[in-house]
Each structure stands twice: as structure tokens, then as C-alpha cells.
Design a protein around this ligand. Structure first.
Ligand code: GLN
Length: 553
């Protein structure tokens, strides 16, 4: 059913940020994929960093890692989860990447004779990156989300580039969606369309006429407000879409579909669509709402006031819970303020996750969390730093010293259970020592990990610098640790677990990045099953047919 011409859907945001632009862009992907189309997505981020890898979670939330090791914006996590694609580094473009490329070309003499300017050199480079996504995938539709809000200085070159693309690729091949907030004003008891009008005016001032407007509001908007927005913005009334707050983000594709946006879009750009198959999403949402039993899982980290910092972890946990028809309540445990003597913070938990992280803040709290889970037989899943902290905890007890550590936190520790590899040490000063992206992991038959995956080799995404120090393998094995996953040559420890514990599994990689709502990750499924056991909740004997598949490439 292939289409000779790629269609480009551009998604911009107005009024304020944080109204779910990424989820809406991703959901557009869902409803087009549900029509049998091949869809890919791209995010254009206006900041000057080359990628978000160096940014604090306070600035940016989680860094999402792709198969190819690209460190990207968390919206790419939404895209992968909603469209079930594996994206590549081409899908996240930043101002930093664009300028860096243009300056490299200038130095190389590619522009000899020319004054290098924002228009056309920067805008051409942006357009080139957008086109490259279309050329390097077999996508029939490319959804391009522009980060930030219309009116920001930083996003102007991106908006200018997507404006130009309309003429470059043909008017029937582009579609512009503008997402705005329609606020409720309690004084006059009504929804106000004015901010949307102004935002569209700004967009039109740049030369972009939106084809559809997605209005975000707490409750559904009535025809009156939508007609008014249509009138003032020159958008057809049926293309002014109301998307009210949903109980679960996974409802947004169903809300978008019900609004008619998918049909309208397909008609406007002549997409060769098949019938809409959203049944898996309907089943997913029914299961989310159908869950009656609940489990309580603690997540121990230092950004507890900022759940976006652990977005993929909470989503992966929810995918696994939904598949087993159980609700999950998350309790955030602040590892910086945790008092190891106060076990009260762990009271009533059915499971604990210690997620990834960098730097020494909160480390002792994470080690104490592992100790609590170990000694009290609470199901534990350690993710990257969560594995490293578990190893430190076990080593301290096994060796009988409080000095076991990672050299990340104490360069002079006597027992560097977690350390750089010798070859990394030589180049540490030059940076570039991070293990990023997909690596194979060989599983030891009969272990909990192997039983969870039902595979012998799995591929998982990494983002870390430090590794388990093999000098401590024997001593930890003695203490009950099973090294259930390693690199195929056995050199790198990838998964550890405890022999005599209901569920204590920790991985050097980040399983959360490969979990999908329709295909929960085996390790999260196993954790949730263990939590249900502890909570005394019976496990649904039958997993939904579309629910479980091993996370291999
Ligand atoms: N800071 C640790 C390392 O670099 C763990 C990183 C992580 O949890 N992603 O090895």
C-alpha cells in the first residue's frame, strides 16, 4: 500500500508549555499507525546543547536512550511507546547540532564566498535533517514536533524551516497542527479562546497557517468555543479539536480518534488509509480502568519531586501492572534525606525500584534501600545505578567493611566493587567513556532472569560509565549473588540476582527504555508478579494475547 510521497505533519505548541504536546504528537502517530501507515517521528529541540545528555534532570527530565546510543529528549520515549518503533539519532535534532554542522561546513570551505546566515544556511540544514528522516526510513508519514512555544526566540529558525518545507515538498504533503491551552476562567465561568487566538496570530505572522488546532483543557470544550476559535484562526470548525485531560495518557489516542482528527488529516493530505485498528489500545485502556487490586511500589531516587526524571521507569512499571490487571501506587523515597535507621519509609511496600543516576548525592540512601529490600525479602529491581548500589551493599556486608564503594563516589575506596575498566581509565580525561545504546546480554539458564525473558540472549540499552569489578565475583557469589546475565564473552556483568530471595534482580542496563504498553518488559513483569505475591493479589492466569514478547531486537 506504499505511497510514493512522504507526508510531513508539523506539530507546534502555543500559549504555554507542558500541555502534553509530545503525547499528542505521539498519539497522532498511534492513530495513523492504526490505519496501516508506516509512521516515524522527529523532535526539533531549540536549545544549544548538542543533546540533553549533559543536562540536569531539573532542566529537562529524563534522558531517553535509543538503540543506537543517542541520548535524547524524553518525548522520544513517548514516540517509541505510542508508535512501537525503534527510533535513531536522526529523530532528535537540536540547535546545537545544527550550528555545529554548519560551522564545520564553513571551516571546511563548503560555503566559500558566501556570508553564512540563519536564512538560508541554518534553515537549509534543518530542512536537510527533516528530509533525511524521510529518506532513511520507509515511513509514509513523518511527524515533526517543534519543541518550545511559538513566540520563543530560539524556535524561530525551526519554524521558518517548516514553513519553507510546505513549498519544497508540496502543499498537499504537509499538515500543520498547533496545540494550545484553553484556560478555564473561574470568574466568568467559561473557557477563554483569546490566548489561542493570539498564539495562532503569532504563528501566522511567521507565515504558518495551522490546518488543525488541538485545544487542551480540563474538560471537553463546547461547540461555542470551538466555533469561535475556528472563526478567528481560519481553521475549519471540524479541525478545531478538543482534547480534555485524560485519566491515563494512553487514552489520548482514543480521544484524538474520536475527535475525527485522523480522518480529517488523511483526507487533507490524500493518505491511502486502511480501516482503523485501535482495538489493542481500547483493550489497554479497559484494563487500566478495570484493575481493582493494587500494589504499592517504592521508587528510591533523588529527584522525587520531579517524576519526569524517571518517566520511562514509571511507564514500564505501569505497562507491566496493566498487563497483569493490577493498579500500581508509587511511593517516592527521597534517598538524600533517607535515614537508614528509620525503616518506616519502607512500611507497606510490595516492591522497590532503585533507578539509574549519576553522582554521589543520595547514594548511601540507595545502598540502605537495597539493604532493606534484601533483609526484609521485599521484591527489588535495580536499574543501572540500582544494580551498582546493590553490589556495594552486598559487598559491604560480605567483606565486613563499610568501605566498599564505586570509584565514582570514592576514588580511593579500598574495595572498588564498581569501577572503570582498565582501558577506560586511560582515556577518562578525554570523556567519551560512556557505554551507550544496545548491547547483547547472555543469560544463565535456570536463573530468575532467564525465566523472565525466556530467551538465551537479549539486547538492552545502556547509559553508564562504571562496571562491576570482576575481582569481586567470587566473594559476592559466596554471599548468594548469582551473575545471571553477562556480556557474551563473560567479561561484563549485566544482571545480578539473589539466590535466596523472593525477587532481587538488578541490571547494569536500563530495561525501562524498551518497555512498550503493548509489550511490557519481562523484568518489570516479573517484578510486578513478585509484588502481587507479596500483596496477596492473585495473578491473572492468562496474559492478554498481545501483551508479552521478549525485548530482543
Ligand atoms: N553513575 C553510574 C555509571 O555511570 C550509573 C549510571 C546510570 O545509572 N545510568 O556507571
Amino acid at each position: 500500500m506504499g505511497h510514493p510521497v512522504t507526508k510531513f505533519i508539523f506539530v507546534t505548541g502555543g500559549v504555554v508549555s507542558g500541555v502534553g504536546k509530545g503525547i499528542t504528537a505521539a498519539s497522532l502517530g498511534t492513530i495513523l499507525t492504526a490505519r496501516g501507515l508506516r509512521v516515524t517521528l522527529q523532535k526539533l529541540d531549540p536549545y544549544i546543547n548538542i543533546d540533553p545528555g549533559t543536562m540536569s534532570p531539573y532542566q529537562h527530565g529524563e534522558v531517553f536512550v535509543l538503540d543506537d546510543g543517542a541520548e535524547t529528549d524524553l518525548d522520544l520515549g513517548h514516540y517509541e511507546r505510542f508508535v512501537d518503533v525503534n527510533l535513531t539519532r536522526a529523530s532528535n535534532v537540536t540547535t546545537g547540532k545544527i550550528y555545529s554542522e554548519v560551522i564545520t561546513k564553513e571551516r571546511r570551505g563548503d560555503y566559500l564566498g558566501a556570508t553564512v546566515q540563519v536564512i538560508p544556511h541554518i534553515t537549509n540544514e534543518i530542512k536537510e535533517r527533516i528530509r533525511r528522516v524521510a529518506e532513511t526510513t520507509d515511513a509514509e508519514v513523518v511527524i515533526v514536533e517543534v519543541g518550545g512555544t511559538v513566540g520563543d526566540i530560539e524556535s524561530l529558525p525551526f519554524l521558518e524551516a517548516i514553513r519553507q518545507l510546505k513549498n519544497d515538498v508540496g502543499r498537499r504533503n504537509t499538515f500543520y497542527v498547533h496545540i494550545t491551552l484553553v484556560p478555564w476562567v473561574s470568574g466568568s465561568e467559561e473557557y477563554k479562546s483569546k490566548p489561542t487566538q493570539h498564539s495562532v496570530q503569532t504563528l501566522r505572522g511567521i507565515g504558518i497557517q495551522p490546518d488543525a488546532i488541538v485545544c487542551r483543557s480540563p474538560q471537553p470544550l463546547g461547540a461555542g468555543v470551538r466555533d469561535k476559535i475556528a472563526l478567528f484562526t481560519d481553521v475549519e470548525a471540524r479541525a478545531v479539536i478538543s482534547v480534555p485531560d485524560a485519566r491515563s495518557i494512553y487514552e489520548v489516542p482514543l480521544l484524538l480518534e474520536a475527535s475525527g482528527l485522523g480522518r480529517y488529516l488523511a483526507e487533507q493530505v490524500d493518505l491511502p488509509v486502511g480501516p482503523v485498528h485501535l482495538e489493542p489500545w481500547e483493550r489497554l485502556v479497559a484494563r487500566i480502568h478495570g484493575a481493582t487490586d493494587r500494589i504499592r511500589v517504592g521508587i528510591a531516587g533523588k529527584y522525587v519531586e520531579l517524576p519526569d526524571a524517571y518517566l520511562s521507569v514509571t511507564e514500564a512499571l505501569r505497562h507491566a501492572a496493566v498487563a497483569q490487571e493490577v493498579g500500581v501506587d508509587i511511593r517516592w523515597i527521597n534517598t538524600e534525606t533517607l535515614d537508614p535507621a528509620d525503616e518506616g519509609v519502607f512500611a507497606g511496600l510490595h516492591g522497590i525500584i532503585v533507578p539509574g543516576g549519576f553522582g554521589h548525592r543520595g547514594i548511601e540512601g540507595k545502598i540502605a534501600t537495597s539493604r532493606h529490600a534484601r533483609r526484609n525479602r521485599v521484591p527489588y529491581l535495580g536499574l543501572c545505578l540500582g544494580m551498582q548500589c546493590a553490589c556495594i551493599d552486598i559487598a559491604r556486608e560480605a567483606i565486613g567493611t563499610s568501605d566498599a564503594n564505586s570509584t565514582e563516589f570514592n576514588a580511593f575506596t579500598e574495595h572498588p566493587v564498581i569501577d572503570l575498566l582498565p582501558e577506560q581509565r586511560d582515556i577518562a580525561d578525554m570523556g567519551g567513556t560512556m557505554r551507550l545504546g544496545l548491547y547483547p546480554c547472555k543469560l544463565v539458564p535456570g536463573t530468575r532472569a532467564a525465566r523472565a525473558y525466556e530467551e538465551s540472549v537479549v539486547y538492552e540499552r545502556h547509559r553508564h560509565r562504571f562496571e562491576f569489578n570482576n575481582r569481586y565475583r567470587d566473594r559476592l557469589a559466596h554471599a548468594g549473588v548469582v551473575f545471571s546475565g553477562t556480556s557474551p564473552n563473560d567479561r561484563l556483568v549485566e544482571i545480578i540476582e539473589l539466590r535466596d530471595h523472593p525477587f532481587f534482580v538488578a541490571s547494569q542496563f536500563h530495561p525501562e527504555f524498551r518497555s512498550r504498553p503493548q509489550r511490557p518488559h519481562p523484568l518489570f513483569l516479573a517484578l510486578v508478579a513478585a509484588c502481587m505475591d507479596r500483596a496477596g493479589v492473585s495473578i491473572e492466569p492468562e496474559l492478554p494475547g498481545d501483551a508479552v514478547a521478549p525485548a530482543t531486537v
